[in-house]
Design a protein around this ligand. Structure first.
Ligand code: NAP
Length: 303
């Protein structure tokens, strides 16, 4: 228990920066839960549906930060997180941290580096505010259906305050430890996925070459021990030839790069992760960067 009660939604201004595949749906759930939603995105047109539903647009990050009690970020790369929080090079006033209201909370849900999350939390604390790292898993579908898994790094009191906002977007929600622990947990998740998606692509290539009906294979083994999101959802997209991005290949490469760097720093050898990373790099070099991660199937099946 904490002596800081969760804020009532209508009295809480929540900012959301980064309205892409994931962020647009996540922000919509926060708005639907009754929070006063404030938004900003690099490409303003992606805010249209949220503005039509009553959200407030901000042209600048400082303007949004000064108006909000909680600020959620869901941008692409650690470099984007760095810029959004610490400002453009030589212009720290253009970032969230320089403009946080005292007592406000900044929550980075981007998949980013644990070290950067620690730096953001320390800087926010130095300004009398707080920060959480809270990356997610569950894909575009989990974002749309508000069923994301949310893994959080930070302190208990801040987690308790933000929990109702997390509950608007996800189902499995856990505080994993201090700042950076959310991002470390996400790296565990991505290490599982790296080996799994490679296996799914290879297995469905096997099914095709063996002359099996791939849909029937998915139906039967998807209900057994091999079942899971990578097989049941992304395997189905592979079989249907749907390679549109739910989760971009270039973002997965970013994640595997962070996981590999952290593993190396800890003296851990992860050969399956290294193999998946090489395979995806080859696929990206051959033109697959903007595909969804299920696109790997195309490369595996053609050999
Ligand atoms: P996305 O569609 O590329 O969305 C990122 C959004 O952030 C874009 O709309 C982008 O603007 C905006 N943005 C980037 N830098 C910005 C800045 N400096 N200022 C303002 N807006 C900025 O990517 P996504 O698929 O939603 O993924 C977002 C993050 O979640 C990534 O770190 C990804 O690895 C992670 N993630 C993704 C999934 C998934 O299945 N998609 C699942 C779990 C985690 P523009 O519109 O101008 O590009």
């Amino acid at each position: 228990m904490t002596d800081t009660p969760p804020e009532a939604p209508a009295q809480t201004a929540v900012g959301f920066i980064g309205l892409g595949i994931m962020g647009a749906s996540m922000a919509g759930h926060i708005q639907a839960a009754g929070y006063a939603l404030h938004v900003h995105n690099r490409s303003p047109e992606k805010a249209r549906a949220l503005l039509d539903a009553g959200a407030t647009w901000h042209d600048s990050i400082p303007g949004l930060a000064r108006a909000c009690d909680m600020i959620v970020t869901m941008v692409g790369y650690p470099a984007d997180v760095e810029q959004v929080y610490f400002g453009a090079a030589g212009a720290p006033d253009t970032g969230i941290l320089a403009n946080l209201k005292p007592g406000a909370v900044a929550i980075d849900m981007t998949t980013s580096s644990p070290g950067l999350a620690e730096r953001i939390a320390a800087t926010a604390a130095g300004r009398g505010a707080a920060a959480l790292d809270a990356p997610v898993s569950g894909g575009d579908m989990g974002a749309r259906n508000a069923t994301l898994a949310i893994m959080v790094g930070g302190d208990q009191a801040t987690f308790d305050r933000v929990l109702p906002v997390f509950q608007a977007m996800g189902k499995a929600i856990a505080l994993m430890g201090p700042a950076g622990a959310g991002q470390h947990t996400k790296m565990v998740n991505q290490t599982v996925i790296a080996g799994t998606i490679q296996g799914v692509a290879e297995a469905l290539a096997y099914a095709q070459v063996a002359g099996l009906d791939q849909r029937q294979v998915l139906d039967v083994i998807g209900g057994g021990a091999a079942g899971g999101f990578q097989l049941n959802v992304l395997g189905k997209r592979m079989v249907e030839g749907d390679f549109a991005p739910g989760f971009y290949v270039h973002h997965f490469l970013k994640d595997m790069g962070i996981a590999a760097a952290e593993a190396e720093r800890m003296g851990l050898d992860l050969p399956a992760l290294a193999l998946a990373r090489r395979q995806y790099q080859r696929f990206a070099d051959e033109g697959g960067r903007e595909d969804g991660t299920q696109g790997l199937y195309k490369m595996v099946v053609k050999g």
